[in-house]
Structure formats: structure tokens, C-alpha cells
Design a protein around this ligand. Structure first.
Ligand SMILES: NC(=O)c1ccc[n+]([C@@H]2O[C@H](COP(=O)([O-])OP(=O)(O)OC[C@H]3O[C@@H](n4cnc5c(N)ncnc54)[C@H](OP(=O)(O)O)[C@@H]3O)[C@@H](O)[C@H]2O)c1
Length: 293
């Protein structure tokens, strides 16, 4: 029986006392997940580039956090390898949260670019933000959890991962990457202009599965694939009026697009012992889009 699950059904979703790093934690989905985790007793560190946005988001998260929960922030560009390493070091230091049990990646970039006018510079930026940054965080936080969330107290040693041999450690952890329905479906806005975004989200799905294999057996790596949702990312891409926006999704079983809260329950499940046998997969809180397109 996995050690994180003590056999009491009511405790399966309990994440109290866990330490979660949430990249993009000042953004739409990231902040919603951070609020959900903090309200359920997990300490959270939110990370992204703009410090002012992080500071404001941390205040909002603190307002809904359970008693005694720590909410901290750290400015980091997840596209820069050294910054991700520094962020991991901060997370596990006493100044940070003193460890890491859960990693969530909600950093991301989206721009509609039709195939006949793809901006090469922006293409590279999307690959870096949506794929490469996720590789860095999965690598550095994931391997830290594998090496350190063990009972034998083995110390993390980066050199062990250049030997070509898998680590002997079997530390525990949960990793949640943000994919999208666009990771497996081109439908949406006529299915056009999404070459860049769909390509990166398809890659996130395979990156998730591949890390699940590498970080086995006690770290579960999964993705969430939401439907379109009116977050800051989508301002300007979706109509400002809520009713009109939901009208876009009228043919779906849910008859609406997503709200930020729609991913929170899925994230809580994937962060908790309830999902210990769920790995290398994606859950789609999509209102039925994948099934109907
Ligand atoms: N909204 C949707 O319709 C939708 C649907 C399906 C999937 N998704 C995916 O869900 C995730 C979250 O999207 P969202 O809608 O919540 O977007 P959002 O509100 O724009 O949040 C994205 C966050 O990522 C951060 N970020 C961007 N680049 C970064 C970098 N290089 N390093 C660190 N942080 C970075 C941004 O903060 P800074 O700019 O301050 O760094 C921002 O806080 C994305 O992966 C997105 O592709 C969104």
C-alpha cells in the first residue's frame, strides 16, 4: 500500500500539510488551484515573472487559506534553466516551504497564428513557454522529490542524473501539467490559427507521459486538459460578454465554456493520494468537448 494513503477513505483527498509549488500561480487557473490547495491546508509557493502580480495574488490566496497555511511567492522565468534551479532551491529551503510534495505547471502562452503567417519568433517563444519550461520544472522539482521524499533521507545529487542510470531513490510526489483540449483536438474557432498552440499542448501531453515513466514508481505525473476559459490569457481572444462566450459552447453537453474553478477539483484529485494509481494521463474538464468533436 502506498505510504501516502493510510487506508482511511475520508483521507484520500487530504492534502493538508503538503507543500505545493505552482508555476503561473498568479494567473487564471494557477491562482484558482493555489486557492483550492491553500483552502484545503497545503502550503503554497506561487511562481511567475511579474512580482507585483504575484504579491497581489498571494494576498488573495491568503484570504481563503486554511489556518496556519503558508502562502509565499517567488519571481521566476520558467523558460530560464538557472532560474528554475534557483526556484527549486528556494522552494525546499527553510526560507521557502522547506520541501516539495506537489508541482503544478500553469505557465503558458497562446496566440492565434494562421499557418500562412506564423511569426517564427513567437513560435519559438511558445515552444519555450509551453514546453521547455515544463521540462525544466518537471526535471528539477521532479528529481528533487524522487531523491528527497524518501525515508532513507538520501541527499539530492544532480550528478547522479548524468550517469545514464536511473536514480535508486523512490521518493513520492505529484506533478500536474497544464495541457488543453487543444492537445488532442484542433476543433475551435474553425480549427484554424492553432498550429502553434495545438503543437505545444500535444507536446505537453507526451512530456507528461514520458516524465511519468522516468520518475516512477512513486511520483505520479499527469495533465489537465481544460476547455476554453475566460482567464487573463483569453482576454481579447474571446468575447467580453459572458452569455456570448458561453454561446460558443452551446453544442457541448455542458452548454458553456469553462470557468477557472472547473480545474480545481481535478487538481485536488491529482495532488492527493486518491490518484496514486493515476499516472501518465490527462483528465479533461471540458464539458464534453473531446467526446463530441
Ligand atoms: N484559458 C484557457 O482557455 C485555457 C484552456 C486550456 C488550457 N489552458 C492552459 O492553462 C494554463 C494557464 O492558463 P491561464 O488561462 O490561466 O493563463 P494566464 O491567466 O495568462 O496565466 C498564465 C500564467 O503563466 C505565467 N507565465 C507565463 N510565462 C511564464 C514564464 N516564462 N515563467 C513563469 N511564469 C510564466 C504568467 O505570469 P507572468 O506573465 O507574470 O510570468 C501567468 O501568471 C496555460 O498553460 C494555458 O495554455 C488555458
Amino acid at each position: 500500500m502506498p505510504k501516502v494513503y493510510d487506508g482511511k477513505l475520508t483521507n484520500m483527498f487530504d492534502i493538508s500539510g503538503k507543500k505545493a509549488a505552482i508555476f503561473g500561480g498568479a494567473g487564471g487557473f494557477g491562482k484558482a488551484i493555489a486557492e483550492g490547495f491553500a483552502a484545503n491546508g497545503a502550503d503554497v509557493l506561487i511562481l511567475s515573472r511579474r512580482e507585483e502580480a504575484l504579491k497581489a495574488a498571494a494576498e488573495e490566496i491568503k484570504a481563503v487559506a486554511a489556518e496556519g497555511v503558508q502562502v509565499k511567492y517567488y519571481a521566476c522565468d520558467a523558460c530560464v534553466e538557472e532560474e528554475v534551479i534557483a526556484a527549486r532551491d528556494y522552494m525546499v529551503s527553510e526560507e521557502g516551504l522547506g520541501g516539495c510534495d506537489i508541482l503544478v505547471n500553469t505557465q503558458g502562452l497562446n496566440k492565434k497564428m494562421f499557418s500562412w503567417e506564423i511569426d517564427s519568433e513567437y513560435w519559438e517563444k511558445m515552444l519555450k513557454t509551453n514546453i521547455t519550461s515544463t521540462m525544466y520544472t518537471n526535471r528539477y522539482f521532479g528529481n528533487w522529490m524522487k531523491e528527497n521524499n524518501t525515508e532513507d533521507g538520501k541527499v539530492y545529487d544532480e550528478a547522479e542524473f548524468t550517469s545514464g542510470q536511473p536514480s535508486p531513490c523512490q521518493g513520492y510526489g505529484k506533478i500536474i501539467n497544464m495541457s488543453s483540449v487543444r492537445g488532442i483536438r484542433i476543433i475551435g474557432n474553425g480549427g484554424m490559427g492553432n498550429v502553434g498552440y495545438c503543437t505545444t499542448k500535444g507536446a505537453v501531453e507526451m512530456l507528461t507521459k514520458s516524465f511519468a515513466a522516468d520518475l516512477r514508481p512513486n511520483i505520479q505525473v499527469n495533465a489537465i486538459g481544460p476547455n476554453i476559459t475566460y482567464t487573463p490569457m483569453m482576454v481579447g481572444l474571446l468575447p467580453p460578454d459572458e452569455e456570448t462566450r458561453n454561446g460558443i459552447a452551446a453544442p457541448l453537453p455542458a452548454q458553456r465554456i469553462g470557468y477557472e474553478i472547473d480545474v480545481v477539483g481535478v487538481a485536488l484529485f491529482l495532488a492527493s493520494a486518491a490518484s496514486d494509481m493515476v499516472t501518465a494521463t490527462t483528465i479533461y474538464p471540458d464539458g464534453g468537448l473531446v467526446a463530441t468533436s
